[in-house]
Design a binder for this molecule. Structure first.
Ligand code: NAD
Length: 314
């Protein structure tokens, strides 16, 4: 159990999720937001969510919901947030000029021991930390939504991030029970979105060319590949799928992999191919109407709780 202080900038969806993860591990958490009303709402939501998770036996950590909630405080003063923080997790909206302006304020205030990690899904850390004095203390720690149930965190250093900041962030994530991966250097899309977009591109092509419906193309993952991938990555999957392991797999199937890959064609333009987009949207909305999205998200989260419990045994 730790009494070190963690600062969180932005108390929206992801900021609140981080607050819960840190409090579960016993850290003292302070949330900062520009909107006082947002902080009040965040505290109410956190109180409700922690107690609901406790009732569902899905609360993380070894202390009760009320004790976890007592570890979380708020401030609207950035200089108070940075004081004595060992780590700051930045969770402001995905708008580059907003992030840049926040990081230049942080650059004035950061103490020597503090690492600042951005939750950004899309911005490489060099984009917002270039030119700052304390840029060696800045990196990305990208969670997946909902972070409370999906343990992956992508740690992405800028070229100037210090190795000790990377190492400390990794250790911190492990102390929360998250599962970090550390990229050796920054790359657009990090790893998750590079892989996710490769899948989306092919799914788009299959629906766009009329080969599969939306329901069927999603079934390929949800009733097929995804069941394996919930347990194993694609390389271990390959390793188990040939008698002589992964080297044997690529010897046997490498020719087919290259032949199929040569037929993929152009990367779809998902903004301009309006016809395919309209068709995908029409079929998706038949499966889940826009009014039912929240309900479906809640079901997803409920099953992720079960899956997380099951995965602990694997
Ligand atoms: P959100 O809109 O729910 O919350 C953003 C919060 O930041 C709000 O409370 C807002 O009042 C506050 N804010 C705005 N400007 C601020 C400032 N200058 N200083 C302090 N607080 C400020 O957004 P979110 O979905 O929680 O996303 C936050 C970050 O997390 C983004 O970088 C996003 O890319 C990343 N992320 C989001 C998801 C997701 O699924 N939502 C997943 C992974 C990563």
């Amino acid at each position: 159990m730790s009494s070190q202080k963690i600062g969180i900038v932005g108390s929206g969806l992801i900021g609140r999720a981080w607050a819960m993860l840190f409090a579960a591990a016993g850290y003292r958490v302070q949330l900062y937001d520009i909107l006082e009303s947002q902080l009040a709402t965040a505290l109410q939501e956190l109180d409700k969510d922690l107690h609901r998770l406790e009732e569902q036996s899905a609360l993380r950590g070894n202390i009760r919901a009320s004790e976890q909630f007592a570890l979380i405080g708020v401030t609207t003063r950035l200089e108070e947030l940075t004081r004595e923080a060992v780590h700051i997790q930045e969770c402001v909206p995905e708008v580059l000029h907003l992030k840049k302006s926040l990081y230049s304020q942080l650059d004035e205030l950061l103490e020597e021991q503090t690492v600042v990690a951005s939750s950004t899904s899309t911005f490489m850390p060099s984009l917002y930390s270039e030119g700052l004095q304390k840029r060696q203390q800045m990196l990305v720690a990208h969670p997946l939504n909902p972070p409370y149930f999906i343990p992956l965190v992508e740690i992405v250093p800028a070229p100037w991030t210090s190795p000790s900041a990377v190492e400390r962030t990794r250790d911190l994530m492990l102390s929360l029970g998250q599962r970090p991966v550390t990229l050796k250097r920054e790359i657009q899309g990090f790893a998750t979105n590079r892989i996710q977009y490769a899948i989306l591109n092919e799914v788009w092509r299959l629906v766009g060319s009329g080969i599969l419906s939306v329901a069927d193309v999603d079934r390929v993952l949800s009733q097929g590949l995804g069941l394996r991938y919930a347990l194993l990555g694609s390389l271990e999957t390959a390793h188990l799928n040939a008698p002589g392991g992964v080297a044997d797999y690529f010897q046997r199937f490498g020719g087919e992999i290259s032949a199929v890959s040569a037929t993929y064609g152009e990367t779809p333009n998902t903004q301009e191919d309006r016809e395919t987009l309209a068709e995908i949207a029409r079929q998706c909305e038949q499966l889940v109407s826009l009014e039912k999205l929240d309900e479906r998200r809640a079901v997803r989260d409920e099953f992720l709780i079960q899956l997380a419990k099951l995965k602990k045994q694997f």
